[in-house]
Design a protein around this ligand. Structure first.
Ligand SMILES: Cc1cc2nc3c(=O)[nH]c(=O)nc-3n(C[C@H](O)[C@H](O)[C@H](O)COP(=O)(O)OP(=O)(O)OC[C@H]3O[C@@H](n4cnc5c(N)ncnc54)[C@H](O)[C@@H]3O)c2cc1C
Length: 309
């Protein structure tokens, strides 16, 4: 699918660009104004930038549908490529339950594989939970061959598209790419704790490009930077890398317009919570966290970029 389609034919994607996000909002407004119809929210079969963003899109749109007073005239479906909706187990269960309460039809193990913009139809490939594929790379190869994977075609009035993601081509086409395991052919092959390349010890990785089970957030980049710096200096002096990244990642999970949960977690203990503020419970939805997300995070991210935080 071309990202130029975002904003047309009921297609939205918060991931395409800032302009694409703006056009996505316009498409949602048009759908709302029509007073009825079916909205499909998708997720990608790969790790994505801000794993919570596809869920936040669903929750904010649900708020707007409820606000319209015509919620019962709208069908909302969430098509998940796997059995889980989020990597942090408590949040995963919370979102599943909340979707059920808000009459979102969850369909699991479906991945978006084609779209017909004129007909407003989407094709989903069913990948059973018993799938033998160990990586997105293998699955994608099978999908291209169209081998034994059942598909369904469904109509929509609005669809939120979350594209599959991977490292940039110049990494994928280099020896630095992961050669096996779940990140094979898609992400940079680093030790997720030391950030050192698994095969080229003088190479380090940071940010979304690395193959890691969680972490594609700016909050992770901020936590990884000092680890990379310390380990790089040590390796240059012939020492072993002393610093370790905890996997810290942060997702201000918007659960509706005006409320959010500050979900912070890391690699240890099955992605256990790592709260930064004693006065914010990661399991609580609050207006304070919403205000933090809505008003305070952008200046905070800019301060990080400028080395001031
Ligand atoms: C919708 C959305 C919501 C998000 N929400 C949050 C949030 O609430 N909290 C949070 O912490 N994080 C959030 N993130 C994630 C955050 O934006 C990323 O984790 C962060 O930007 C990663 O930084 P990076 O430098 O690793 O990668 P990027 O920011 O992607 O930077 C990579 C850069 O490389 C450039 N590039 C690509 N190819 C080439 C080339 N060949 N030559 C030169 N340059 C090239 C790209 O243009 C890009 O500027 C969100 C992301 C999205 C998309």
């Amino acid at each position: 699918m071309s990202s130029e389609l975002v904003g047309q034919h009921g297609i939205g994607s918060v991931y395409a660009s800032i302009d694409g996000a703006f056009r996505t909002n316009q498409v949602i407004e048009k759908w709302l104004a029509s007073g009825q119809g079916k909205g499909i929210f998708t997720a990608a079969p790969t790790p994505v930038k801000c794993a919570g963003a596809p869920l936040k899109m669903t929750f904010t749109t649900l708020s707007r549908l409820e606000e319209s007073g015509r919620r019962e005239h709208f069908d909302v479906e969430y098509m998940s490529p796997g059995t889980d909706l989020f990597s942090q187990p408590w949040v995963n269960e919370f979102v599943k339950q909340r979707f059920d309460e808000q009459a979102v039809k969850r369909r699991h193990n479906y991945r978006l594989s084609a779209i017909d913009p004129q007909a407003k139809q989407a094709e989903f490939t069913f990948v059973g939970p018993e799938s033998e594929f160990t990586s997105h790379h293998e699955l994608r190869e099978a999908e291209f061959r169209r081998e034994g994977l059942p598909t369904v075609i469904t109509d929509y009035d609005f669809i939120h598209v979350v594209p599959p993601m991977s490292a940039h081509d110049f990494i994928k086409n280099s020896a630095l790419i992961a050669q096996d395991g779940p990140f094979r052919g898609e992400w940079l092959d680093v030790d997720i704790y030391t950030m050192q390349h698994n095969r080229y010890p003088d190479v380090f990785g940071i940010g979304d490009v690395i193959g890691a089970p969680i972490n594609k957030t700016a909050a992770s980049v901020k936590a990884q930077a000092p680890v990379v710096e310390e380990n790089l200096l040590a390796v240059m002096q012939g020492k072993l890398p002393p610093a370790r990244h905890t996997g810290y990642t942060s997702c201000p999970m918007i659960t509706g317009i005006g409320k959010a949960m500050l979900v912070e977690f890391g690699y240890e203990d099955n992605f256990a919570f790592m709260p930064s503020f004693p006065f914010i419970d990661p399991k609580d939805e609050s207006w304070v966290t919403w205000v933090m997300k809505d008003r305070m995070l952008q200046p905070a991210y800019y301060a990080v970029l400028e080395g001031q935080a």
